[in-house]
Write a protein that binds this ligand. Structure first.
Ligand code: NAD
Length: 252
């Protein structure tokens, strides 16, 4: 079965909740060992424990993906424990929200540090290991905001950072595929996770619902098969792709 991931080593950043947690479960159920990486170690530990209870080999690590020393530390730890890494799920991301004319440099930098700098650091560190072994699957989490400008506005830094995720994915995906490393991204629409239940985003979500042809938010379960597919040999001819799973929202 080309969709199985038995014997593969994976990590998921932002794996402590939401989409990352769902990705971790899906990869583990498909047979991979999974390292759960999160800014909040306690959250990663809970998810690693959930996986262990299912009989999935897992480990938890606290790390800030925007810090090069943290990223190197998690990859060193994974290699020390499981020998290598085959599947890198670079999913950690943050969303802040202010009118563009009021967006502070601090908000801009924070958003880009996690969403794009963090992704670069993780892709590079994991990519070096994968290039050496001639095989690897990198799956980045972008957003539907990479394809359209979801309205109402007020997501300048987020939208720009997610567009950057797509271009980074395309560039690495074409640069590395002839050495066995595929790089793709998933662009979820609006997913029912803790991120969108923040006080800031609640009013926006009500508005967004009217923009979704599917008429409802995505659940994390709507994304799980996609990450397994992109992590598996079944998608080996696919690289630099941005897979939108958004209930048709980017088409309206
Ligand atoms: P979430 O806020 O529910 O979970 C994100 C996790 O990432 C948290 O556990 C958090 O602690 C962790 N994290 C934050 N900063 C980190 C850092 N610097 N280093 C390591 N971990 C960090 O978010 P989510 O909804 O699950 O989103 C996951 C990804 O999906 C993000 O990249 C987000 O932009 C993207 N996304 C989400 C939606 C949505 O509607 N929820 C839609 C499109 C894209």
């Amino acid at each position: 079965d080309r969709l199985r991931l038995d014997g593969k080593v994976a990590y998921v950043t932002g794996g402590g909740q939401g989409i990352g947690r769902a990705f971790a479960h899906a990869l583990g159920e498909a047979g991979a060992k999974v390292a759960i990486v999160d800014l909040v170690l306690a959250k990663a530990e809970v998810v690693a424990e959930e996986l262990s209870l299912k009989g999935i080999k897992s480990m938890a690590m606290g790390a800030d993906v925007s810090k090069p020393e943290d990223v190197q530390r998690i990859l060193d730890a994974i290699v020390a424990r499981w020998g290598t890494v085959h599947i890198a799920c670079n999913n950690a991301g943050i969303n802040m929200n202010s009118a563009s004319e009021d967006t502070s440099l601090e908000e801009w930098d924070k958003t880009f540090n996690v969403n794009l700098r963090g992704l670069f650091l993780c892709c590079q560190a994991a990519g070096r290991i994968m290039l050496k072994q001639g095989y690897g699957k990198i799956i980045n989490t972008a957003s539907m905001a990479s394809l359209i400008v979801p309205h109402p506005q007020k997501q300048l830094a987020y939208n720009a950072s997610k567009a950057g995720v797509v271009k980074l994915t395309q560039t690495l995906g074409t640069e590395w595929i002839d050495r066995g490393v595929r790089v793709n991204c998933i662009s979820p629409g609006i997913v029912d996770t803790p991120l969108i239940h923040s006080e800031e985003l609640k009013p926006l979500v009500q508005r967004w619902l009217t923009d979704i042809p599917a008429g409802k938010l995505a659940q994390v379960t709507d994304l799980q098969a996609a990450v397994v597919y992109l992590a598996s040999e079944a998608s080996d001819y696919m690289t630099g792709h941005n897979l939108a799973i958004e209930g048709g929202q980017s088409l309206w």
